[in-house]
Design a protein around this ligand. Sequence first.
Ligand SMILES: Nc1ncnc2c1ncn2[C@@H]1O[C@H](COP(=O)(O)OP(=O)(O)OP(=O)(O)O)[C@@H](O)[C@H]1O
Length: 350
Amino acid sequence: MIRLEGITKSFAGKEGAVVALDGIDLTIAKGEIFGIIGSSGAGKSTLVRLINLLERPTGGEVFVAGERVTDAKGERLRDLRRSIGMVFQHFNLLSARTVAGNVAYPLELTGQYGRVEIAERVAALLARVGLSEHAKKYPRQLSGGQKQRVGIARALASEPQVLLCDEATSALDPQTTGAVLDLLRQINRDLGVTIVLITHEMDVIRRTCDRVAVLDRGRVVEEGPVTDVFLHPRHAATLRLVREAEPDGGSLDAVAASDLGGRAVRLTFTGAAAHQPILGRIACENLVDYAILAGRVGHIRETPYAQFTVSLSGRDVAGAIAGLRASGVDVELQAGIPLPQLEERPRHVV
Ligand SMILES: Nc1ncnc2c1ncn2[C@@H]1O[C@H](COP(=O)(O)OP(=O)(O)OP(=O)(O)O)[C@@H](O)[C@H]1O
């Protein structure tokens, strides 16, 4: 659906050029929810603004729906922008217009629709985002979550194929964030709209996305299914973002584990395995004991996961590791390997 090839973007700065994006190759499939995560200044906003050509790349090519659009102009550019809706962090609503008026605005701009048709479309859009009762209110009378629902309805007005969400939940409290992310997932399911979600929060990615790319200093440093990237972060930037999501989290200073005299392993149970008593059974069978050194339990979208770093000791540690693997548990040997050393091994790059 969206393909970025060799994208670079520089801005002129007082002290020479600022390189915001430095060779981005990215493919986003039709119908997926794709997350782009990175800390402040990583280049996320610049990247997302290149997709609808609010910014032009310094080098490289942009393809949308199979068409090269890198230097689209005039009617072609307007068509492209209509096919890509955008949702903003600070909602960008027109304060002098009602909720219905805000959603109607992009339809009025096209000049293609009569009053009745616009009213019908707006009513359907407000019903979709759960705001039918608030149609006549003004933005100042709404909560942050309701304002963002107006922003989403407005972005959907031109029936886009793609929805770009730039930090769409960053101004919202955690509960409202959850509700807005649920709405985005429902829109993706019901309408098949491809969603590109920009965020600095791993939790937003964990709850919402199919795949994720981690951006660091203008480069994609890690990319893959959220389960892989979230449970097995490899680059230092990804580790940092995962740890921010779980400050007391699941990662362990592996050196400490080896000090305990056991075999330190990180065990990852996903799906049904997350709810089964596999570890206890295999420990009994192999006469091994385990100390839990770190752990985390939760869901990645609907998939349950449990991840523990344990120190195994006792009769048949190798047998226990083999048994865990045979039971579908992902086992990574940790002993003596400080995690930061792993960062230079890139995950696959498209
Ligand atoms: N119009 C511009 N002129 C000059 N430099 C810019 C411009 N836009 C972005 N930059 C620079 O490009 C880099 C990437 O910025 P960008 O806003 O894309 O990052 P970001 O990951 O979205 O950060 P944040 O989360 O803080 O918004 C930064 O160094 C920024 O200062």
